[in-house]
Design a protein around this ligand. Sequence first.
Ligand code: KIV
Length: 270
Amino acid sequence: MSIQTKKVLKRVTVNKILKMKGREKIVMVTAYDALFAKLFNESVDMILVGDSLNMSFLGERDTLSATVEQMIYHTRAVSRGADLPLIVFDMPFGSYTNEIDAVRNGSRVYQETDAQAVKVEGGRDRANVIEALTKNSIAVLGHIGLMPQFLRSDGGYRVRGKSEEDILTLIDDAKAIEDAGAFALVVEGVKEEAGERISEAVSIPTIGIGAGRYTDGQVLVWSDMLGIFEEFKPKFVKRYLNGAELIRGAMDRFVDDVKSERFPSREFIY
Ligand code: KIV
C-alpha cells in the first residue's frame, strides 16, 4: 500500500504577510459570507471583511452606516468558510474615533470572531488609535489614500497623490502608521507614482486598490471583480467574470423551465 503524504495547509499569519514584502505579491479579496469565503479559501493570502458590504451586500449608498455588530456577524460567517487566509475585520465608521473606543471594539473583534487583524482608515491623525490597538496586542492593517469612510466629509471620492505635496503627505501618513505598529497598509485610489513611492518609503507591505502596479499586493472587492456589483465600476476594477449576466441568465432559464413545465423533469422527482 502506498503511503500518501498529505500537505498540511496552515493559516496565513501576520508575520507571513510581513515577510512577503519584496518576495511575493500579496493577494487580498473581500468576502462577506461563508459561501464565497470557502470558494476563495485556497487561493488568496488574505480576506478582508470590508465595510463595502454595506453597499454591495446591503444596498446602502455608502459604507458609513455599517455597525460593529453587523461586521462581527459577517466576519463570523467568513471565518466559518475560510480557514487558510488571514482574515481582517474592517472597523466601521465611528467605532475607532478615540483610543478607548478603538480598543474596546478591537477587543470585541478578537473575542467574538476569528479575525486576526482589524483595518482602520486614516493617516497620521489616526496613529494614536493604531498605536493603542497594537499596544493592546490587536494587529492592525492601515488604510490611506482614498478612504471611503471620509466620503461625506471630503465631499466625494477623490484620487490622491496628484501633486508632489500630496505624495509627501501620503508618505508621511504611511510612515506614521508603520511607526504606530501596523503590519501592513492598504493604499487606495492614488496615482501610480504615489503608490510606488509609499511602498518604497515603508518596510511594511502595501496592498493597493487603484494604486498602480508597484504596491506589494493588490486587493479587489469580490463583487466588483466577479462582475456582480453593477451600480458602478471604478477604473481600477478588472472584471474576471460577468457574474451578473451569468446569474440573470441562469435565473431566466429556471423561470422559463418552470413556466413551460420542463422543470422538474423525471430525474428531479422522488
Ligand atoms: O471595505 C472594503 O472593501 C475596503 C477595500 C476597498 C479595501 O476597504
